[in-house]
Ligand binder design. Sequence first.
Ligand code: SAH
Length: 541
Amino acid sequence: MLVKNQIYEAVVTDYTAEGQGVAHVEGCAVFLPNAIAGERVHLRIEKVQKTWAAGKIVEILEKSPHRCSRECPVAKLCGGCDFWHMDYEEETRLKAERVKTCLNRLGGENLTEVPILAAPDCRGYRNKAQYPVAAKKGRAYAGFFRAGTHDVVENRRCLILPEESDAVKDAVIDYVNQFRVSVYDEATHKGLLRHIYVRRGAVSKQILVCLVCNGEKLPKVDALLSRLQKIPGFTTLVLSVNTKKGNAVLGDKFVTLYGPGYIEDTLCGLNFRLSPRSFYQVNHHQAQRLYETAIEKAGITKNDTVLDLYCGVGTITLAMASAAGKVIGVEVIPQAVEDAWDNAKRNGIENAEFFCGDAGQAALELEKNGVRPDVVVVDPPRKGLNADTIEALSRMSPRRIVYVSCDPATLARDVALLKERGYRLTSTAAADLFPRCAHVETVCLLSKLKSTQHIEVELDMDELDLTDAEKKATYQEIKDYVLEHSGLKVSNLYIAQVKKKCGIIERENYNKPKSEDAKQPQCPPDKEKAIKEALKHFGMI
Ligand code: SAH
């Protein structure tokens, strides 16, 4: 048993998902902030739990060649970044390794290497900032939360943000201090200004400033505007009303105080409208590479229908539109869906449709209405796909699923679930959209196994050699009848499944649907009904 406050010697072997080093001492995993794999250290145990312990490095006995001095002066205190103590080579190595380990351990894969799209620039890449505001002795300041707390660490110049973003923060803080605008205090739930939110178009250079307030009115807006207007690119000022307790940054109500209330930016050659609530990847250059990779993996052709689940403002949907016959986006936030429609219009894209709702429920609904996409793209939040989405994917049975993920662990879980439903992981790439921070994006291609196709080919052959029980109608006749009378297209497999249910004996090794085989798609109820009607019509049941 490890003893708190005692010093131990250990070698750092691995990293946690949050980017902390892991060393093993007396069989127990010890998590060490700011440690690098390969380093031999003296560590002090700070907390002991049943299966793990938390420690701190007291001395580095053997330094990693990847260790470097922190360029960011507040890196040790600020909870924003994780990796200023190591070089970028080690950071990208550990990110690719994390994706590989998750897919192998949780996804049942056996990958030897996962490539990573490394970022060409670790500085100034973030096009969105949310600075919490605090006050001490009557002076307001802004920065970022210290890791695991809501203590605001003042950050005068954040290296991963563009200078313009910090200039907005400084202008707002200057205004707050001059006009004694009150600052929100979580403990008392009093005070006005909570967060300064800044979004800047990487290409357009337009700036949206959104002040999150515990109230509906800001004093002296003119004085604030005259400060903001000195910053190149300043386009619009929005007030977000958030009077609720809790961690959510933005409130539900938005009041535009100046300008259009949104900005524009160009991504993958398209023009996008961005409101404060719309999701838009923070690293423009790397997001573009991620989307290009996703489009390449999707292998879309002109006749394809593409379904983009969790589509945000339609970035991936619209970037795929020109290659596809039709694209459909699904997104839960109404404002983002509005933006997505507007984005289609402003780019003259006419083969795109958007639906507002939960991805899983909407996909099940689309499936019920006969939508059968050839390619489905999913880009869910960290919790990954829900059961409805997995079920809808399984029923729609697209040729390809392109999975864009921001959490390798839930990605790997979902890959395992999709493999049970007849898919195979055919290619994987990690992408670094958050240099200096522990998050990593992944894009995977899952392809439908050929097994059902294989069975259908056999079924077609079998039609030439019908057994007595089946003489009444061929598969094609049943298909034609169903299409004519219900407008539904049904596969040989579905017909075989319904026949089996109705007790029509199929020849061994041929048509027999392996209904116990979870990899096969199962005939949905509406089609089953239509097939039964056809079987009745032909006097087979
Ligand atoms: N593909 C987009 C957005 C990805 S972020 C892009 O790259 O720009 C994930 C998106 O999923 C967010 O826009 C979020 O609002 C949305 N979302 C979260 N939960 C959802 C759900 N249950 N159903 C549909 N969309 C959801």
